[in-house]
Design a protein around this ligand. Structure first.
Ligand SMILES: C[S@@+](CC[C@H](N)C(=O)[O-])C[C@H]1O[C@@H](n2cnc3c(N)ncnc32)[C@H](O)[C@@H]1O
Length: 258
């Protein structure tokens, strides 16, 4: 989460920034950490920003349709999604991450205001889900989490969301199986020592858990690609032509009930 924070900060300093995430740059300035050591390059930083932008857009669309809603932002890390999407007064926003990360977040990121809560808990813990009011439609958003979980844990999050809220959407990113197999080639993953587990090759597969697929966008097909440096655009063009490789990363959006 330090690498992706740094990615959003690097993007914010570019003249054609995707996210304009000034709060990310401020958080980086407050932390004494070897950020360049994460291996984040300009291309990967803009890639992180584009992925976040796509999820932000879907969330804005959901909130425009449901001005009284709950946003459950799991594995928030040091992401300032609530600051970026400026939810209206009818939105209850809950940021969730593991307790250590929440403690760090409290030190480096000011809360966004409004009906906002920051909770230190695992995304799969029963107590977390029981503590969230189930009275409104909900958007359950998680970025950079699904690939670190087992399939059973991802299914558990889906089942808890569909069991807790009357209706809503799930929005998240996922790696394809080739992405998980090639994980050691991704510098921020390799250097952090993280291990990727769950992968999604068929975006319709989670429909078996009671969801309806609304959208799926490959990393190679996301909007805003013109913001990438020239070398990154060329790299993406090559990747987009290779079956398997072009499916290494995607963002997906589902509705429930199906
Ligand atoms: C790659 S980071 C992504 C953070 C943030 N979403 C972003 O895009 O910058 C993964 C995050 O998942 C969190 N995480 C891992 N397992 C978790 C779990 N079981 N419950 C909640 N958060 C978890 C980590 O603490 C970390 O902040």
């Amino acid at each position: 989460m330090l690498a992706t924070l740094y990615g959003r900060a690097l993007d914010s300093a570019r003249p054609n920034s995707v996210l304009h995430d000034g709060a990310a740059a401020e958080a980086v300035a407050r932390l004494d950490y070897d950020f360049p050591g994460t291996g984040m390059t300009t291309t990967s930083a803009v890639g992180v920003a584009i992925r976040a932008w796509q999820l932000d857009e879907w969330l804005r669309e959901f909130l425009a349709e449901h001005p009284r809603a709950t946003v459950l932002h799991l594995a928030c890390g040091l992401d300032t999604r609530a600051h970026r999407t400026s939810p209206g007064p009818g939105v209850r926003w809950v940021d969730v991450d593991l307790p250590d990360v929440v403690a760090l977040r409290e030190k480096v990121l000011p809360p966004p205001g409004g009906d906002y809560r920051l909770v230190g808990a695992s995304a799969t813990s029963a107590e977390l889900w029981e503590s969230i009011e189930g009275d409104r439609p909900a958007a359950v958003v998680f970025e950079g989490l699904s690939m670190y979980l087992s399939g059973a844990e991802v299914e558990e999050i889906v089942r808890r969301a569909t069991g807790r809220f009357p209706s809503g959407e799930l929005m998240f990113d996922a790696y394809g199986s080739l992405g998980v197999r090639l994980q050691k080639l991704v510098p921020p993953v390799r250097r952090s020592g993280a291990v990727l587990k769950w992968s999604l090759d068929d975006p319709a597969a989670p429909e078996a858990w009671g969801l309806k697929l609304l959208d799926s966008v490959r990393s190679t097909e996301m909007p805003m690609q013109d913001r990438l440096p020239r070398a990154g655009r060329a790299q993406l063009k090559v990747v987009s032509m290779i079956p398997g490789l072009r499916d290494v990363g995607r963002v997906v959006r589902y509705r429930f009930p199906a």
